[in-house]
Design a protein around this ligand. Structure first.
Ligand SMILES: NC(=O)c1ccc[n+]([C@@H]2O[C@H](COP(=O)([O-])OP(=O)(O)OC[C@H]3O[C@@H](n4cnc5c(N)ncnc54)[C@H](OP(=O)(O)O)[C@@H]3O)[C@@H](O)[C@H]2O)c1
Length: 333
């Protein structure tokens, strides 16, 4: 089997470290790993496949001499904006976790369970969607195919890990009653929730909320789907949770919805209220699947459905989805 030279840009971060773990677990054919990060991490190593690998500074010279074929990026939007085209120029396929390229009309935005075929559109940059959007579309896709979605109202309960290492550190320090030097969140996050993820826009919605609106349309390939989101940061670890209310064009039978979701790729049904079985971040932690439960009809509209969706934002919401895209790319080649 062909082995690939793989750059992981942002290899020292929360998503980057998980990417290394997922590449190893899924036995991605990595012949040589090239971990890259900021100049701050030069001199550090990362562990992969039982070996320590030196972290290099992400710059054009190192990209050029790497001879890599694939680059997985999770080093923030401005870094991706600058370095993804440089990788592409040197013939490297980039799978980017930041929001930098997601809405570029020439860049495919991919969740393999939903729109795998877009991987092969010819673009050297492939975007990984926002974590909250990924877990929602994995569940909504089979329902949309059958009943056609008219409107989605979603409220998220997003883990501190969605804000990277600094978000996690803030919660831990607050929990341990330690001083937080440069807080990631504008307020205390322990024992609290913040209806504020990413910056506010003129519309009153945050950028995180607008990502859910726009990315859903692009991934599902249907501009008629309207999404009304409220994104909330909560002091949980292990995954993002979402309360999702969907209105369909067509009528549905609840039993058929259960059946569809039971058989949907990447989806695990956890719905047995009598036994107190439903998805939770703590049980989704470090799993690749997206979990769905609390499935019930919304009788206040003609064809309405309520769902509770949970997935590990660092896995399916970031690292796993990116590695799945890379797997499909090498299969499709
Ligand atoms: N956390 C999530 O749930 C999630 C989900 C989906 C997507 N993402 C996206 O993934 C990216 C990383 O998120 P994260 O949560 O892993 O953040 P993080 O824990 O703060 O890690 C950031 C990484 O980026 C590197 N970096 C920062 N500035 C750099 C520069 N100028 N040049 C090269 N590398 C640089 C850091 O390297 P140093 O260690 O050297 O500073 C570190 O490896 C972001 O774009 C984020 O939006 C995150």
């Amino acid at each position: 089997m062909k082995q690939y030279k793989v750059i992981v840009a942002g290899a020292t971060g929360m998503v980057g470290r998980k990417m290394l773990q997922v590449l190893e677990e899924r036995k991605f054919p990595v012949g040589e790993l090239i971990p890259m990060a900021s100049v701050r991490s030069v001199g550090h190593t990362v562990m992969f496949s039982g070996k320590n690998w030196n972290v290099q500074e992400l710059n054009e010279e190192n990209i050029k001499k790497s001879g890599a074929e694939i680059a997985l990026f999770s080093a923030g939007g401005s870094v991706s904006k600058e370095f993804a085209p440089i990788c592409a120029k040197h013939g490297i396929v980039v799978i980017d976790n930041s929001s930098a390229w997601r809405m570029d009309p020439n860049v495919p935005l991919v969740v393999p369970e939903v729109n795998r075929e877009k991987i092969f559109s010819g673009s050297k940059i492939i975007a990984n969607p926002n974590c909250s959007t990924i877990q929602m579309v994995v569940v909504l896709k089979p329902l949309h195919d059958k009943y056609k979605i008219k409107r989605v109202v979603v409220s998220t309960y997003q883990s501190v890990t969605g804000a990277g290492q600094k978000g996690y550190d803030q919660l831990m320090k607050e929990w341990n009653k330690e001083k937080v030097e440069s807080p990631k969140f504008p307020y205390q996050i322990s024992f609290n929730c913040l209806p504020h993820i990413d910056d506010f826009t003129e519309s009153g919605y945050t950028k995180e909320e607008l990502k859910m609106v726009n990315e859903t349309k692009k991934i599902m390939g249907d501009d008629s789907i309207v999404v009304s989101p409220t994104c909330v940061r909560v002091p949980s670890i292990g995954g993002h949770s979402e309360s999702v209310n969907v209105e369909f064009e067509k009528p549905f039978e609840l039993n058929d919805v259960f059946e569809l979701l039971k058989n949907a790729p990447g989806v695990v049904l956890q719905d047995n209220p009598k036994e107190k079985i439903y998805p939770m971040p703590i049980t989704a932690y470090d799993k690749d699947d997206t979990f769905v439960g609390r499935i019930r009809r919304d009788d206040t509209v003609k064809s309405g459905l309520n769902l509770w969706i949970v997935s590990d934002n660092i896995r399916k919401g970031a690292a796993t989805n990116a590695v799945q895209i890379a797997e499909e790319w090498i299969k499709g080649k």
